[in-house]
Write a protein that binds this ligand. Structure first.
Ligand SMILES: Cc1ncc(C[n+]2csc(CCOP(=O)(O)OP(=O)(O)O)c2C)c(N)n1
Length: 384
C-alpha cells in the first residue's frame, strides 16, 4: 500500500488480491478463466439460473453504457457507473428471498431489475420524470420500490446501515422469516452508522447480511486511507459479528456466501461479508479518476472482469454460445432504446413539487413558500 496519495498524483498500481486468494482469506469458486477452483460449489445454481443471472449482469452493463452516454451528451444530469461490480450485486440479490428487505447504495441497480422493476421506470428516474417511484425528486441512480421491499439508495453514504439493522431486529421481534440485506461500499465503513449497526448486531443478533462491497476506492480515497486494518471483514470480530471475505467478481462465491448468511436464521443473527471487487469506471460522471488512479491498475483488474469470467464458465460447459451472446446483446440494445424513448418524453415535475409530501395535509407556511417560488420562477408545467 502506498501512503502518499495526493490529488493529481496517482498512486502506483496495487497488486490484485484476487490473484492470491488464500493469502487474503478470500473465498473463490472460479478462477480468472472461469474454471472451478478446489473450493467450487455450484450451490444449486443450475444452467438456466446461471444463464439468467448472467443476462442480468449483461443488461446492467448495457444500462451502464447507455447511462454514461446519456449523461455525456447532456440528456441526464448525473450517472454512477457500475461497470465491474455486476456479479456481487446480482448474486447477493438472488441469494435473498423475495420478501426479504434490501437496502442498496448508489452503485447497485441489480435489485431493481431482479425484483421486477421496469427498464422504462429506471430510465424515467434518470430523466427525473414525475411518474417514477421517487417522483423525479431524487438523484439519478438512487431508485427504490417500497412495493418489493427495496429501499431507495440514500445520498448520505452508509446512512442506511443502522436502518437495515433495525428492520432485521423488527423482523426478529415479530418472529417473521424476513431477513435483510444491506449493500454498502468500503467508504461506508468509516461512518458511525456502520459501527453502531455492528455493535447492535453483535449484541441483539438481528438476521441481517451486511455486504461490504470493497472496490478499493471511495471516490479518491484509497484503502489505506480508509482503514488501518488489512481487511474490512475483520472489523466484525470486534463486535462478535461472524465475517468472511469473498471474491466479489465471482458469481458463485458471492451467491454461496450470501445464501449461507441468509439461511443462518434469527438465533445466530448477522454476518458481515466483504466482497472484493473493482470499479472499472469513474466514481460518478462528476469524477476524474486520472487524478488519483493509473490506467495501468485498471488493466491489472480486467482479467478478473465478472462478466467475462461467468461467460467463460458457461461456454466451457456448452451453456452459452456466441449466438446466444449476440441475440441477448441485441435484446439489451432494443429494450434500452425503447425504455429511453418512453422515459424521455415523460412529464417532469415542477420546482414546487419539493413542497409535496412534506406533510400529509398542506401547511400554510409551505403554501406561502410555494406561491413565492412559483411567482419568482414564473413556472409552467414542462413536458419532456
Ligand atoms: C456522508 C457522505 N459523505 C460524503 C459523501 C460524498 N460521497 C459520495 S459517494 C462517496 C464514496 C463512497 O465510497 P464507497 O462507500 O466505498 O462506495 P463506492 O462509491 O466506492 O461504490 C462519497 C465520499 C456522501 N454522499 N455522503
Amino acid at each position: 500500500m502506498m501512503t502518499d496519495t495526493k490529488i493529481g498524483s496517482p498512486r502506483s498500481p496495487e497488486p490484485v488480491p484476487l490473484d492470491d486468494p488464500d493469502k487474503h482469506r478470500i473465498a473463490q469458486f472460479i478462477d480468472r478463466n472461469g474454471e472451478p477452483t478446489e473450493q467450487f460449489d455450484d450451490s444449486g445454481l443450475d444452467r438456466d439460473t446461471v444463464r439468467n443471472l448472467y443476462e442480468v449482469m449483461v443488461m446492467l452493463r448495457a444500462i451502464d453504457e447507455r447511462g454514461w452516454t446519456l449523461q455525456r451528451s447532456g440528456r441526464i444530469a448525473f450517472w454512477i457507473p457500475m461497470r465491474g461490480q455486476e456479479a456481487v450485486q446480482v448474486a447477493a440479490t438472488h441469494a435473498m428471498s423475495a420478501s426479504d428487505w434490501i437496502f442498496r447504495d448508489h452503485r447497485t441497480m441489480a435489485p431493481w431489475l431482479m425484483r421486477g422493476g421496469s427498464l422504462t421506470l429506471l430510465f424515467a428516474q434518470l430523466f427525473g420524470a414525475a411518474s417514477e417511484p421517487q417522483k423525479g425528486r431524487r438523484l439519478p441512480c438512487l431508485i427504490g420500490n417500497r412495493a418489493v421491499n427495496l429501499v431507495q439508495g440514500p445520498t448520505q453514504v452508509g446512512s442506511f446501515i443502522t436502518h437495515a439493522c433495525g428492520v432485521a431486529w423488527a423482523a426478529k421481534l415479530k418472529g417473521s422469516d424476513v431477513r435483510v440485506l444491506g449493500m454498502f461500499g468500503d467508504g461506508a465503513t468509516s461512518r458511525g452508522e456502520f459501527h453502531s449497526a455492528m455493535n447492535f448486531a453483535g449484541i441483539h443478533k438481528p438476521p441481517a447480511v451486511f455486504l461490504c462491497i470493497n472496490n478499493s476506492w471511495a471516490v479518491s480515497t484509497p484503502l489505506d486511507r480508509q482503514t488501518a486494518s488489512p481487511e474490512f471483514a475483520a472489523k466484525g470480530d470486534a463486535y462478535e459479528v461472524p465475517n468472511l471475505r469473498v471474491d466479489g467478481n465471482d458469481l458463485f462465491a458471492v451467491y454461496a456466501a450470501v445464501r449461507k448468511a441468509r439461511e443462518i436464521g434469527p438465533t445466530e443473527g448477522p454476518t458481515l461479508i466483504e466482497a472484493i471487487t473493482w470499479r472499472q469506471g469513474f466514481h460518478t460522471s462528476s469524477d476524474n479518476p486520472d487524478l488519483y488512479r493509473r490506467e495501468q491498475e485498471n488493466k491489472l483488474w480486467l482479467p478478473w472482469d465478472p462478466i467475462s469470467r461467468t461467460r467463460q464458465f458457461m461456454t466451457n460447459r456448452g451453456w452459452w454460445t456466441d449466438e446466444d451472446e449476440a441475440a441477448f446483446q441485441q435484446r439489451c440494445t432494443d429494450d434500452i432504446q425503447a425504455a429511453v424513448e418512453a422515459a424521455e418524453t415523460m412529464t417532469i415535475p415542477g420546482p414546487d413539487s419539493q413542497f409535496d409530501d412534506v406533510f400529509r395535509e398542506s401547511h400554510w407556511m409551505l403554501d406561502e413558500q410555494r406561491e413565492r417560488l412559483l411567482a419568482d420562477v414564473g413556472f409552467e408545467e414542462v413536458t419532456g
